[in-house]
Design a binder for this molecule. Structure first.
Ligand SMILES: Cc1ncc(COP(=O)(O)O)c(C=O)c1O
Length: 308
């Protein structure tokens, strides 16, 4: 196992070396925080997850994230899904144990649980799901002032005919293949198209394009129905920015005045280059900045208050 001294130079924030992680009802030091080799997430990526962010003593959009997780578990026919209040309790306990009231990101995972033998069938699951609350000190992961660079991946997002993106699951291999292409190309992330060749999302975030003064985003058919995406659509409506949820072509993205991505992990990130084409002026555009500012105000005002 990697020891603490080996970890430290790679952590960004050294406090992450000593975090406590909630696994299956117990708070454990990160070195001991493990699931069984019989766990469904090991056997088949059979788990659902959410990313959450803590701002100034509140968890932003906690209930919408829990709605998506509980709905995803229901769609996958998990048995004995913990109720919302016990999931919240585990999250609060983890944050309190780590003294985290701001600047933290939570990776919340619910696996189908341990199996009695290796294999695919949920009939081998007899012990109920495993809940994991992994909270780390982590600022937004992209450079939201300077912007990010993307390429278009050759890997398409799943359609609902194959694996419905409304299930927020841990089978992330098609996104990981796209991310490998981005890494090889030396850019931040990869844009993924749907099977018809229209924009879907990046390997990790939803996408928006500003074209002719209108805000365009794909329907949440083959992209994750992002909580940040929904907030941005609401904010744009309030600001009177015309919105079109529709098929968006790659040409419209290449020729966009502005483009940005959204997600809990990275918030709103301007895209300054796509496939070697500069987007707009190659800097964060006015519409993106306005939405970034409004989003930042919301994160300071709303959210589930921490009880400690
Ligand atoms: C593939 C993908 N797209 C988009 C998102 C953004 O979703 P949200 O805004 O709910 O964080 C996520 C976040 O988990 C994701 O994994």
């Amino acid at each position: 196992m990697i020891d603490r001294e080996q970890l430290l130079p790679h952590l960004g924030d050294p406090r992450n070396a000593d975090i406590l992680v909630h696994v299956g009802g117990r708070l454990l030091p990160r070195q001991d925080a493990r699931v069984s080799v019989f766990d469904s997430v090991v056997q088949g990526g059979d788990a659902v997850w959410e990313g959450l962010r803590v701002y100034d003593g509140r968890i932003f959009m906690l209930d919408p994230h829990l709605d998506r997780m509980i709905d995803s578990a229901k769609a996958l026919a998990f048995a004995d899904v913990p109720d919302r209040s016990s999931i919240k309790q585990a999250i609060f306990e983890t944050l309190e144990a780590n003294g985290m009231r701001d600047g933290a990101h939570i990776r919340l995972t619910l696996t189908r649980g341990e199996k009695i033998t290796s294999g695919m069938s949920p009939a081998f699951n007899r012990f109920g799901p495993t809940l994991i609350v992994l909270a780390e000190w982590k600022p937004p992961v992209y450079d939201n002032a300077a912007g990010i660079r993307l390429i278009t991946s050759a890997i398409r997002r799943n359609t609902s005919q194959c694996l419905d993106s409304k299930i927020h699951h841990n089978n992330l291999l098609n996104n990981i293949l796209a991310k490998i292409q981005a890494n090889v190309a030396g850019v931040d992330d990869a844009l993924m198209l749907d099977v018809a060749g229209f924009l879907s999302e990046t390997n990790a975030t939803n996408v928006f394009v500003v074209h002719g003064g209108r805000l365009l985003t794909p329907h949440a058919d083959s992209c994750v129905p992002g909580v940040t995406r929904a907030t941005v659509l609401e904010l744009a409506g309030e600001l009177g920015i015309p919105i079109e949820e529709r098929n968006v072509s790659l040409t419209e993205a290449h020729a966009a005045q502005e483009m940005f991505t959204t997600g809990t992990m990275g918030e709103l990130s301007p895209v300054i280059e796509l496939d070697g084409r500069q987007i707009g002026d190659g800097a964060c555009g006015a519409v993106t900045r306005r939405l970034q500012d409004e989003y930042a105000k919301r994160t300071q005002l709303l959210g589930e208050p921490l009880p400690f």
